[in-house]
Design a protein around this ligand. Structure first.
Ligand code: MRU
Length: 368
């Protein structure tokens, strides 16, 4: 999508440098910095430190990490080591393991000399596929927005609420939850987006930055405001992303998503999740019991980064000295609270039958 009118993907291969370039998201929305990622350690740091973040983008980055590892040493041992090293960076988003498994399965039967080139072209393929998947999610999600728009007086915006950043920065392009919004905007359907700030890392500021760049009307709101807005009829539709969705449709996403789903249920507001198929974990069913939830550094709670009035980027402490923090980074929304899943193959119920109906090939291939 666009940054100051120029099209960017959130990562790209620089053929002159023969290396991966990423947008270092730690400095957004205040500073747009591009960074080259070289060694396997660099790739692991980029994912762990959230220079890149968002489930689909983590997966694509890991695929390029495997490609770089294969250049240095294409042996089976090095491949397994790279798999474990990268897989250990973040535990919740399943796209990481999905991409690493896909790379390893593809490379294992090849001769060592063929692996580096094959790994790089597979990484390109995974990145391009992600763009197309998200574009299709937008095409299907657009129909939901169009239906709501039809029920409103002409010119009145469809009001959407989203949590975290499930925008193009969290994917290779388009975003998942934002893709229907971009498509609606392109189709001249008036929309307004309520953007949850999403403490502690304020990924909502990334969503605002994206929507700003595309001229989409939105308001940045506190994480606590959504329930109130829903009670007062100010939200027509919630769309969030997901970091891992189980085969029965339980949705694990950024901490706070579950509370939005509860409020949506209580207020009869449709709650949809934009779900690319690589984010489905066919091996698990009960999300609350089975999905590992990342616990992040308490410093993310006790300190906040922002732009000072002098225009520099700085960090301030918001709690009394010595206050301990607790920082679970994700939560699980049970399928009964999810109105539907917007996938690249269409929209389905958040249920085993719903997902298997759209993805019979993947459901059948799942390990016993
Ligand atoms: O911790 P993050 O910033 O990687 O978490 C990202 C999210 O929770 C997104 O909402 C999620 O990946 C959905 S995807 C596009």
């Amino acid at each position: 999508m666009k940054v100051n009118g120029t099209h960017f993907r959130s990562l790209w291969w620089d053929f002159e440098q023969d290396a991966l370039q990423i947008i270092d998201q730690r400095w957004l929305p205040h500073d747009f910095r591009i960074q080259q990622v070289n060694s396997l350690q660099d790739f692991a740091d980029a994912i762990f430190e959230m220079r890149v973040r968002g489930a689909p983008l983590i997966g694509a980055t890991a695929a390029y990490g495997m490609a770089v590892a294969m250049r240095l040493d294409p042996s089976d041992a090095a491949m397994d080591q790279a798999w474990s090293f990268l897989n250990a960076t973040r535990p919740t988003a399943i796209n990481l393991r999905w991409a690493l498994d896909r790379c390893r399965t593809h490379l294992r039967p090849l001769d060592a000399e063929a692996r580096a080139a094959a790994a790089l072209s597979l990484a390109h393929e995974i990145a391009d596929e992600d763009v197309e998947i998200n574009r299709q999610i937008g095409v299907h999600g657009l129909e939901l927005i169009r239906q709501i728009a039809k029920s409103k007086p002409a010119g009145e915006p469809v009001r959407l609420l989203t949590h975290c950043n499930a925008g193009w920065l969290a994917t290779v392009d388009w975003g998942t939850a934002t893709s229907p919004m971009y498509h609606a905007h392109e189709a001249d359907i008036p929309i307004h987006v309520w953007v949850d700030e999403t403490r502690p890392r304020n990924q909502g500021a990334l969503t605002s930055w994206e929507l700003n760049s595309h001229g989409i009307s939105h308001s940045y709101i506190t994480d606590n405001a959504g329930g109130h807005l829903m009670q007062h009829g100010q939200v027509d539709l919630v769309i969030t992303g997901t970091d891992r969705t189980t085969r029965r449709g339980d949705v694990c996403n950024k901490i706070g998503t579950y509370l939005k789903a509860l409020a949506a249920k209580d207020n009869d507001v449709p709650f949809y999740v934009a779900l690319p198929s690589p984010t489905i974990d066919w091996t698990v069913s009960d999300g609350v019991a089975e999905i590992p939830i990342e616990e992040r550094d308490e410093r993310e709670i006790t300190h906040v980064q922002g732009k000072t009035e002098e225009g520099t980027i700085g960090v301030v402490q918001v709690t009394p000295d010595g206050t301990p923090g607790g920082n679970p980074a994700f939560d699980v929304t049970p399928n009964r609270l999810v109105t539907g899943l917007i996938t690249e193959r269409g929209i389905c119920a958040a249920s085993e039958a719903g997902l298997a109906g759209l993805f019979p090939d993947m459901a059948a291939a799942r390990p016993a």
